[in-house]
Ligand binder design. Structure first.
Ligand code: SF4
Length: 466
């Protein structure tokens, strides 16, 4: 068996719920279900009833990990949940989250989205202090750092943790009588707050999850903010002086669901704006504009509207293939892509603009172009709604190593020849900056520019600690 090929690893989804009298495990299940696009390798929920904590986690989709039997045992008024795509730490059940340990202050559960950039030194410190680690995940490092941080309350320990941690972390934390939400001072990964019925509160990686449980969006958690949900309601405070914020711009390009809000704006609208700007920067005469489903749909509509060329479906995606299927043979990438996409027959003789949100390794674009040629396309002009990806990510996105990134080793013309298109155009970095800039005072765009918002000390490797 093999994982269905995706050009980018996802970024993990987290949630936290405080809701007395509510089946918090079931609510967490639905929130994680809505965040499934952020990671499909593992899922877990941890609940607390004011005395003890309960946990269930496993490998697979949310719907595969949970059922009526195991949800029934997850009792309490507090819950955190996680859906995982591995970044630091590999694919195994020991890396599944949440992590749950017993501490001097009672149970401590952690769900983490992101990647610390100083994991090596933090890990070394913990091991030298005699703390045993059971997994290769930086999220376990976070758990142990919190457990051993100075302070007689979780408020103080979380503040102390933030001083020692570098990199990306959107956390939900379960303690004996509160759920915390914490966002790193750069705000790499999203996290938002919602109101759930009279006295309940929920935090989730993306606002799209709130509608699923009839919660009302309240606001996004600020970079460097700690939010505590307990019987006093919502208490929040800022821990660090404001830094230039660095929300991952790839959340806009690809990760976030189009029906989510980021920095107060609709992701769908931002993607349409990217597509429109792409049409201005790289116009071409064509008969139809089609997108690579589903992640490039909004960009494609934006391109077609701006270019005045009809938008149409050209590739039909098999939505029932799931995340695993029988390996068709190591060298048959074209076959793998054909299992996932099928071209419509009426593309024959057409000049096509093919829009995708990004090109990472370039190993999927070529086979898709070959499928369109097979279907009789006369010309194929590829347009990419983000700049060339030349640098790896160390902040929680399993992108690729530098040498695997096609734009890191080939020019645009060489890539066009490699994937077999008549022309290729990328959105410029300046245009991307213009589109996202009004929302905040900064974004991470390091995979395009090589300018990392934090010090990167080593080439991160997901198997480094295994
Ligand atoms: S390097 Fe790219 S993918 Fe990683 S956080 Fe920055 S913008 Fe996002």
């Amino acid at each position: 068996m093999m994982m269905l090929p995706r050009k980018l690893g996802e970024a993990c989804g987290v949630c936290g719920i405080y809701a007395p009298g509510v089946d918090v495990a079931r609510v967490s299940f639905f929130v994680l279900y809505a965040l499934q696009h952020r990671g499909q390798e593992c899922a877990g929920i941890c609940t607390g009833d004011g005395r003890v904590a309960h946990i269930h986690k496993g490998m697979g989709l949310v719907s595969q990990v949970f059922n009526e039997d195991n949800l029934r045992w997850l009792r309490g008024d507090l819950a955190i949940g996680h859906t995982r795509y591995s970044t630091t730490g590999g694919l195994s059940l020991t890396n599944a989250q949440p992590y749950l340990i017993e501490t001097a202050l009672g149970p401590l559960g952690i769900a983490h989205n992101g990647n610390l950039t100083n994991t090596s030194s933090l890990r070394r410190d913990l091991l030298q202090r005699g703390v045993g680690l059971t997994s290769s995940s930086d999220s376990e490092v976070i758990t142990q750092m919190l457990a051993g941080a100075p302070g007689d309350s979780w408020d103080k320990r979380i503040a102390a943790f933030i001083l020692g941690a570098e990199g990306a972390y959107s956390l939900t934390i379960l303690t004996r009588d509160a759920v915390y939400a914490v966002r790193d001072p750069w705000g790499f990964r999203p996290l938002c707050l919602g109101k759930l019925n009279e006295s309940g509160w929920v935090v989730a990686s993306e606002s799209c999850a709130l509608g699923t449980i009839d919660a009302t969006f309240v606001r996004e958690i600020n970079p460097g903010e700690i939010v505590r949900l307990d019987d006093s309601g919502v208490t929040s405070w800022q821990t660090e002086p404001a830094r230039p914020s660095a929300l991952c711009v790839f959340e806009y390009v690809y990760f976030a669901r189009p029906d989510s809000l980021l920095e107060g704006r609709s992701v769908h609208r931002v993607r349409r704006a990217m597509g429109a700007r792409l049409a201005q920067e790289h116009p071409v005469d064509a008969d139809i504009v089609i997108g690579v489903p589903d992640s490039a749909t909004a960009h494609t509509i934006g391109y077609a509207n701006e270019a005045g060329i009809p938008y149409g479906e050209g590739l039909i995606k098999n939505r029932y293939i799931g995340r695993t299927f029988i390996q068709p043979g190591a060298r048959l990438r074209r076959r793998k892509v054909a299992l996932k996409y099928n071209p419509l027959p009426d593309l024959s003789g057409k000049r096509i603009v093919l829009v995708d949100d990004s090109i990472v390794r370039g190993t999927t674009s070529g086979p898709i172009v070959a499928l369109l040629r097979q279907a009789g396309a006369k010309e194929i002009h590829m347009r990419v709604a983000s700049p060339p990806i030349c640098y790896p990510c160390f902040m929680g996105v399993d992108m690729a190593k530098r040498e695997e990134l096609i734009a890191g080793r080939m020019s645009v013309d060489q890539i066009a020849a490699h994937i077999g298109v008549h022309s290729l155009g990328y959105l410029s970095l300046e245009a991307l900056r213009d589109i996202v800039a009004p929302a905040s005072n900064g974004h991470c765009e390091a995979c395009f520019s090589g300018e990392y918002p934090v010090i990167v000390r080593h080439e991160s490797d997901r198997s480094m600690f295994q």
